[in-house]
Design a protein around this ligand. Structure first.
Ligand code: PMP
Length: 370
C-alpha cells in the first residue's frame, strides 16, 4: 500500500485511539466542579481575601531577580527551609509540589499504583479516590456513619482485611468539615503496614495537627497554600514526614517540577503569618454566623472546623439540585455534593467575605421560606 493511503487509513484509525485508553480511566467520570460565571462563588473552598498588598508588591519586586534562562532550584532549598522553620522540622523533612494535589499524586505514584490498594473513609475528598485510580491502584472505601464520623470498627476491619498500601485520613475532612480523631492515625499504623497520609489542607481552621506528633516513616502530612495563604492561583502544597519518606517523594517527582516564581512566592507568603492568622479568625467568625443562620432557616448543618459548611435544606420539598439552581439564579454558586457517595441532598458552601455570605444567606432565606 502506498504511504499516503496508509497514512489516511491511520488517520481514520486514530479516531479509535481512545480504545488505547486504560480501561480504568475510560470508566472514570473525571473531576466535575462547574465553573459558573456568577458574582458570588462559594464553591471551591479558597480564601475569599486577596493576599496582603505588601506580599504582592514584594513578589513583583523580586521577579526581576529570577534567572529566567535557568531551571529553578530543583530541591526548592529556600522554600523548604522556610516551611521547615514554620513547623519546627528540618528542611530534609519537607517536600513541595504544585498544590497539595500534586503532593498526593506523588505519594500515590510512589506507594500506590498497579497491583496495590488504597483505603479511604467516605464521604471524603474526592481527589484521593480519583488520583489513586488514575495512578492504577484499587480503592477500598469505608462508609462513614450517618453523622459523618468514621466508623472505627469498619475502619479496623478494612485495614485488616484489605491490607491497603496507602490509607487516607483527612482532618478537617472535606466536604463534611469535621475533624477526625487523632487516634485513627495510631489505629492505621497498628492495624496495617500502610503509608498513612494525613491530609491537612484545612489544618489552620482545625483542632489538632499530626505535626504535633513525632514524625514517623509511615505518616505523611500534607498541607496547602491554597486556603489560609490566599494563594490558590499559585498552586503550591507540601508534605512533611521523615527524611527517608521525603527522599522517596523527591525521587518520584519530575526534576525541576516547581518553578522559580512559585518558590519565591511561597517564601514571601510565610512572612505574613500574622495577617493570615487574622484572616483565619475572621473566617471562623463568619462560619459560625453562617451555621446559626442556616439552622434558623430549618437547614441541617454539620458542625465545621474548616472554611466551609455542609448543609441540607430539609424544609419543604426542594431537593439539593433545585436549591443549587435557585442559588445560581440569584448569583450564588455553591457545591452540589448530592451525587457524591453518601451525600444525597447535601450542599457545601465556602465561607466568603461578609458581603458574599450576606448574599448567600439572603438567597437561602428566600429559597427555604416555603
Ligand atoms: N486536600 C483537600 C482535603 C482539599 O479539599 C483540597 C482542595 N480542594 C486539596 C487537598 C488540594 O488543594 P491544592 O491542590 O489546591 O493544594
Amino acid at each position: 500500500m502506498r504511504l499516503s493511503r496508509r497514512l489516511s487509513t491511520l488517520r481514520v484509525g486514530s479516531l479509535n485511539n481512545v480504545t488505547r485508553l486504560r480501561e480504568n480511566i475510560a470508566a472514570m467520570p473525571g473531576y466535575h466542579s462547574p465553573q459558573v460565571d456568577v458574582p458570588v462563588r462559594l464553591n471551591t473552598n479558597e480564601s475569599p481575601f486577596a493576599p496582603p498588598a505588601s506580599f504582592v508588591n514584594a513578589l513583583v519586586a523580586q521577579l526581576s531577580d529570577v534567572s529566567w534562562n535557568r531551571y529553578p532550584d530543583r530541591k526548592a532549598t529556600r522554600l523548604c527551609s522556610a516551611i521547615a522553620d514554620r513547623h519546627g522540622v528540618s528542611p530534609s523533612e519537607v517536600f513541595v509540589a504544585n498544590g497539595s494535589n500534586e503532593v498526593l499524586q506523588t505519594i500515590l505514584i510512589a506507594y500506590g499504583g498497579a497491583g496495590r490498594s488504597v483505603l479511604v473513609n467516605e464521604p471524603g475528598y474526592q481527589m484521593h479516590v480519583q488520583i489513586a485510580k488514575v495512578t492504577g491502584a484499587q480503592v477500598h472505601t469505608v462508609a462513614r456513619r450517618g453523622d459523618f464520623t468514621v466508623d472505627e470498627d469498619a475502619f479496623v476491619d478494612a485495614l485488616r482485611q484489605r491490607t491497603p498500601h496507602v490509607v487516607f485520613l483527612t482532618s478537617p475532612n472535606n466536604p463534611t468539615g469535621l475533624c477526625d480523631p487523632e487516634h485513627l492515625i495510631d489505629l492505621a499504623l497498628v492495624e496495617s503496614d500502610a503509608v498513612v497520609v494525613v491530609d491537612e489542607a484545612y489544618a489552620e481552621f482545625g483542632r489538632w495537627s499530626a505535626l504535633d506528633r513525632p514524625l514517623h516513616d509511615r505518616v505523611v502530612i500534607t498541607r496547602t497554600f491554597s486556603k489560609t495563604w490566599s494563594m490558590a492561583a499559585a498552586r503550591l502544597g507540601y508534605a512533611i514526614s521523615t527524611t527517608a519518606m521525603v527522599d522517596s517523594l523527591w525521587t518520584t517527582a519530575l526534576p525541576y517540577h516547581l518553578d522559580s516564581v512559585k518558590q519565591l512566592a511561597g517564601v514571601l507568603a510565610l512572612r505574613f503569618t500574622d495577617e493570615m492568622d487574622e484572616r483565619v479568625a475572621a473566617i471562623k467568625g463568619e462560619r459560625d454566623r453562617l451555621i446559626s443562620q442556616l439552622r434558623s432557616f430549618g437547614c441541617v448543618v454539620v458542625d465545621s472546623d474548616a472554611n466551609f459548611v455542609l448543609f441540607e435544606a430539609r424544609r419543604g420539598t426542594k431537593d439539593a439540585d433545585s436549591i443549587w439552581q435557585e442559588l445560581v439564579d440569584r448569583g450564588v454558586l455553591v457545591r452540589n455534593c448530592s451525587s457524591w457517595p453518601g451525600l444525597e441532598g447535601w450542599l457545601r458552601v465556602t465561607i466568603g467575605t461578609p458581603q458574599e455570605n450576606d448574599a448567600f444567606l439572603g438567597a437561602m432565606k428566600e429559597i427555604t421560606h416555603v
